[in-house]
Design a protein around this ligand. Sequence first.
Ligand code: ZN
Length: 283
Amino acid sequence: MLFRRHVITGAALGVWLSGVLSPSGTPGLSHPAAARTSRHPPHRKPARPDRRPLVLIDPGHGGKDPGCIGASGTFEKHIALAAARALRRHLQAGGRYRVLLTRDSDVFIPLQGRVEIARRAGAALFISLHANASTDRSAHGTCVYRFAWRASDARAASMAKWENSAERFEDPGLRGASRQVLHILATLMRRETQVHAAKLQQALVKNLATHLTMLPVPAPHARFAVLSAPDIPGVLVEMGFLTNKRDEAALRSPAHRDRLARSIRLGVDRYFAVAARPVRWRS
Ligand SMILES: [Zn+2]
């Protein structure tokens, strides 16, 4: 009965979802040590909560999932992490945001795990960083995706299919559940989240277009699993084509990644300037 090991019951999925859908990961006080601590609170004043918006940066792929492989053998997962660290530096430099990475090392995190990290942390924004690939070695340029049920065009649909295929590296028993979670989360997707994601997408495209070659459709949309959080506006930036020698050389350059990160930060600044307020989860 090997098959039964991987069957996830509705009840088990419900328990898992209740964790996934919980708006905060606040620990309880059920542990005896925690209870003792609560009876004797320290006299120090509690630190004031940091109310700056939290930007979640998601370097694509990692660990056993290399992502696409470049013309000269560059792994997408390494480029994504280096770009994420550069973006973190830029976002932290202004002091206006809190910043968290879904991964800060070469580790594999399932797509729904990334969504869960963002939701548990209470992220105001989610920015996933990737690099593109094509059988056409001359294809080059940048674009910024957002989530939508229907893809804007065939290229966007195949891109979402490729990025969602990171699921093939997951434990076989979780794959079905992962698809169910995507479906449930995406069904809960709020209109205001989509509106804010579109504003974020436009703000990023506007800044990136000032010094990068953008694809003919610079702001497409498709059903990306990693952008399925119903309450967090998110975008997925395809920073360039690793299968194109010039794009690959640029993405390997720290100076280029720094310019790219600066542009994204300016886009984030612009988003917060134009969006009335970030979307928050209210159940
Ligand atoms: Zn990717």
